[in-house]
Write a new protein. Structure first.
Lengths: 253, 311
């Protein structure tokens, strides 16, 4: 097991945002976390990255208990994240933003940084065209590409993606999902948080459904896609949209 | 009007000299603000203890008459090192003792501000109790000679050193912030602290680094102040501190180049204002300009934050 959360509780002041979450991610998997607004998806990723402290419970990564490891040290261990809202550094260029992604790599690990720049530019040719443009002036889609590319620059073992499709046009959404598939095929394990449940489920191997800070379902992604109750709650319910999502899923597999 | 025309070049030289000192102190305000969104009100005392540092270095090496040649260079460098060390260490202690414990407990910015004011009084009183409340004179370490003239303005060696030092340090600091790993960490933290952590930036180190850098720059300012004005006092930091803070706001707080521009501009405006209205109007003119600029450009001349200006 690569990553494991065991009975994790997290508070914002007195409000309990996570009420005992247990999640596992295995090597090579794409695992997705779905759920309504405020379910605790972002909080879960922040907890894994160490920018939110846990009240109780544990986070284990590659066999080590990292529950109290400071956030910046977790990047060195192989966890990187493209956060919700993208978190692009507005006053840095595309190149500088990508370079920030490789911040945790030091010494001999830096040798492969130029090759990783090339890899990111291959995945996102648009970023190569915009190299010296300020992050703050990129379009939403370009910023999302930059956020994912930047997270890849850390050479993560597990890539955490928080709603990479948020606010993007449908065409761009499928493009982003295609690229996530490609990153996974290149050997990076992925934990994907999504509102866009149909696409996420058709891409992922396994899924967890979050509801008010609790895991209410955990199953094989494709079985959730066909599940009536999940459909009704998270896939918009409408048979039409569910149907098109389902066919998209079978097309992708 | 007549006065201003006659005094134009001398005022320019004096304004740039004074402005350089403001600018160096302003860098400390701006760096810390950029990263923590905190006005470090005790920064004026970081400057003040630096002046004592360079004075005590003179006492320690027994210099009490003007030097020349290599001896002079050596004395100036020792003064500089002492001031930078004392100011730098004070700034770090300030962060450790007055700010970090509050930050750890998630206290608000208002609490940090009160802590800053407290630390400021504390440092002043410690110095006052130990060294008294009177002006403390520096020995003259360098014969002040006019090197050349710009118009009717005499460019004296000490004034030139002050100006050149400020420009050079500004350049070095920019190179540091844009060209080193820690510098990039500082910029990233200033733009988005939480995302910076996700990149692997150690925020505590970044915070210490900004206090160290600000402290070192205040130390340089302190040594130059000693060289130029040849005295200090437990409240010697107060007026330059307020002026430097004004300069930082004028240029756009959080912006390094803004601090330089704001400092030089404020020095010039004060100097011209003093020769036009009389020196008793100096502070009035300075703050009138600040208010007018902020009315038209609320984020200062160059805008806010280490973010936009790339430095
Ligand atoms: N900074 C905060 N302060 C207080 N409460 C917060 C904070 N951030 C999140 N919460 C609360 O924690 C709960 C979980 O929020 P979280 O952002 O993890 O949800 P989410 O599943 O990511 O939602 P969304 O789909 O809207 O992004 C919510 O009830 C939210 O109001
Ligand atoms: Mg969220």
């Amino acid at each position: 097991m690569l990553l494991e959360l065991k009975d994790v509780h997290v508070h914002y002041g007195k409000v309990e945002a996570l009420k005992g979450i247990s999640i596992t991610v295995d090597e090579g998997e794409i695992v997705t976390l779905i759920g309504a607004n405020g379910a605790g998806k972002t909080t879960t990723l922040k907890t894994i990255s160490g920018v939110r402290p846990v009240t109780s419970g544990s986070v284990t990564f590659r066999g080590d208990n990292i529950t109290s490891l400071p956030g910046h040290r977790r990047v060195e261990r192989g966890l990187s994240q493209a956060p919700e809202g993208r978190g692009i550094f507005p006053g840095m260029t595309v190149v500088e933003n990508l370079e920030m992604g490789a911040y945790a790599r030091r010494g001999s690990q830096r040798k492969e940084v130029p090759a990783d720049f090339e890899r990111v530019y291959q995945l996102f040719p648009r970023l190569a065209e915009r190299r010296s443009q300020m992050g703050g002036t990129l379009s939403g889609g370009e910023q999302q590409m930059l956020a994912i590319g930047r997270a890849l620059m850390a050479r993560p073992q597990v890539l955490l993606l928080d709603e990479p499709s948020m606010g993007l046009a449908p065409k761009l959404v499928s493009q982003i999902f295609q690229i996530i598939r490609e990153i996974s095929a290149q050997g990076t394990t992925i934990l994907l948080v999504e509102q866009n449940a149909v696409q996420a489920l058709s891409l992922a191997h396994r899924a967890y459904v979050l509801e008010s800070g609790l895991v209410v379902r955990s199953a094989d992604a494709h079985s959730l896609l066909d599940d009536e109750s999940v459909r009704a709650a998270y896939l918009g319910g409408a048979v039409g949209s569910g149907g098109s999502g389902g066919s998209g899923g079978s097309g992708g597999s | 009007m007549h006065n201003l025309i006659r005094e134009f070049w001398p005022s320019t030289v004096d304004g740039l000299t004074l402005g350089s000192i403001y600018a160096l102190i302003a860098l400390g305000y701006t760096l810390v603000y950029g990263v923590l969104r905190l006005i470090n009100f005790a920064h004026s005392e970081v400057f003040m203890v630096g002046t004592l540092g360079s004075l005590f270095m003179l006492h320690a090496i027994g210099v009490n008459s003007p030097q020349t040649g290599f001896a002079l260079v050596g004395v100036l460098l020792l003064m500089l090192l002492a001031a930078m060390a004392v100011s730098g260490i004070t700034a770090v202690l300030l962060e450790r003792i007055a700010y970090r414990p509050l930050r750890r407990r998630g206290a608000g910015r208002l609490a940090a501000l009160i802590s800053a004011i407290g630390a400021s009084f504390f440092l002043q009183e410690v110095v006052a109790l130990r060294y008294g409340r009177d002006l403390i004179a520096f020995p003259r370490v360098m014969k002040k000679v006019t090197l050349f003239k710009i118009g009717a303005g005499d460019v004296r060696n000490d004034k030139l050193i002050v100006f050149v030092a400020a420009i050079v340090l500004m350049f070095v600091l920019e190179r540091f912030v844009n060209g080193t790993r820690l510098g990039r960490g500082i910029r990233a933290t200033a733009q988005d602290a939480e995302t910076a952590v996700l990149m692997g930036v150690n925020i505590d180190r970044v915070v210490v680094a900004t206090f160290v850098l600000g402290g070192l720059m205040a130390g340089v300012a302190a040594m130059l102040y000693g060289l130029r004005f040849e005295n200090t006092q437990y409240i010697a930091g107060f007026v330059p501190g307020i002026k430097a803070f004004t300069a930082a706001v004028l240029g756009g707080i959080g912006n390094l180049r803004g601090a330089l521009l704001g400092g030089l501009l404020l020095g010039l405006v004060e100097s011209y204002g003093a020769s036009f209205f009389g020196s008793q109007w100096l502070d009035v003119v300075a703050f009138a300009v600040l208010v007018i600029v902020l009315m038209f450009r609320p984020t200062g001349l160059l805008g806010e934050a280490l973010s936009r200006a790339r430095a």
